[in-house]
Design a protein around this ligand. Structure first.
Ligand code: DGL
Length: 261
């Protein structure tokens, strides 16, 4: 099966894309709801958590892992690669490649403090498209808004307008949603930007990259079950988390407890 993990429930945006694009593939999701958010933590802690999360999914039978968290993708990929021996997909590179392909030259990047502070998007964009200018903006209130299911409330629009104001001033033509929680805030983010700004959603891009990989690596694809089995693990099972996950995926989700160490 395919293993997918995030610091919390935000990685369900990747699950949504996966269910659309590869509907028969078995998967297990892990959301580290007991330790979320990761974006406000330092690199050493994010690395440790990322490795533990990936190892948990491998212990459950994952033959491929998607790191559905920009914060972990930004700071911990080398450590996870060293710790688990299955193909690893992350969300930063596919989003950068997409943005480089569609921008007219001015890209905004929004993410957690950890992701923006790592500077990884700016560095990789410069490598992919040296003439493109990039502008980062940390949006630390976005993750709690999503985890609390406030993404569609008027307060979300007010906060999005405040965070995006500096990027508007920079006249960006493309915006990377550099956090897997953010697609849930798309209406608020869109409303805060001039019409015509293109939005890059890493959740969509990583699933496209995985689908392409599987179509060209039949031997790996053959190791993944395709009975439509879907498991959802979290490190803190609460009625709130189950209700939010079910609402986002549009079907009842049963959360199973996972002990991570
Ligand atoms: N969804 C995560 C990301 O993509 C992390 C949010 C957090 O835990 O701070 O960055």
């Amino acid at each position: 099966m395919i293993g997918i993990f995030d610091s919390g429930l935000g990685g369900l945006t990747v699950v949504k894309e996966l269910m659309k694009r590869l509907p028969r593939h078995d998967f297990a999701y892990f959301g580290d709801t007991a330790r979320t958010p990761y974006g406000t933590k330092g690199p050493a802690v994010i690395k440790r958590f990322g490795v533990e999360d990936a190892r948990f999914l491998v212990s459950k039978g994952a033959k491929i892992i998607i790191v559905a968290c920009n914060t972990v993708s930004a700071v911990a990929i080398a450590e996870i690669r060293a710790a688990v021996k299955v193909p690893l997909f992350e969300v930063v590179v596919p989003a950068v490649l997409k943005a480089a392909a569609i921008t007219d030259g001015r890209v905004g990047i929004i993410g957690t403090r950890g992701t923006i502070g790592s500077g990884i998007y700016a560095r990789l964009l410069e490598d992919a498209a040296p003439t493109v200018k990039s502008f980062g903006q940390a949006c630390p209130l976005f993750v709690p808004l999503v985890e609390e299911d406030w993404a569609t409330k008027p307060e979300a629009r007010t906060i999005a307008a405040a965070y995006l104001k500096p990027l508007r001033a920079r006249k960006i033509d493309t915006l990377i949603l550099g956090c897997t929680h953010y697609p849930f805030l798309k209406p608020a983010i869109r409303a805060a930007l001039p019409k015509g700004v293109r939005i890059v959603d890493p959740a969509h891009e990583v699933v496209e990259q995985l689908a392409h990989f599987l179509s060209t690596h039949a031997a790996v694809d053959a190791t993944l079950g395709k009975r439509g089995v879907r498991r959802f693990y979290v490190s803190d099972v609460t009625a709130h988390a189950a209700a939010v996950a079910s609402r986002w995926l549009g079907k009842p989700v049963v959360l199973e407890h996972a002990t991570i160490s």
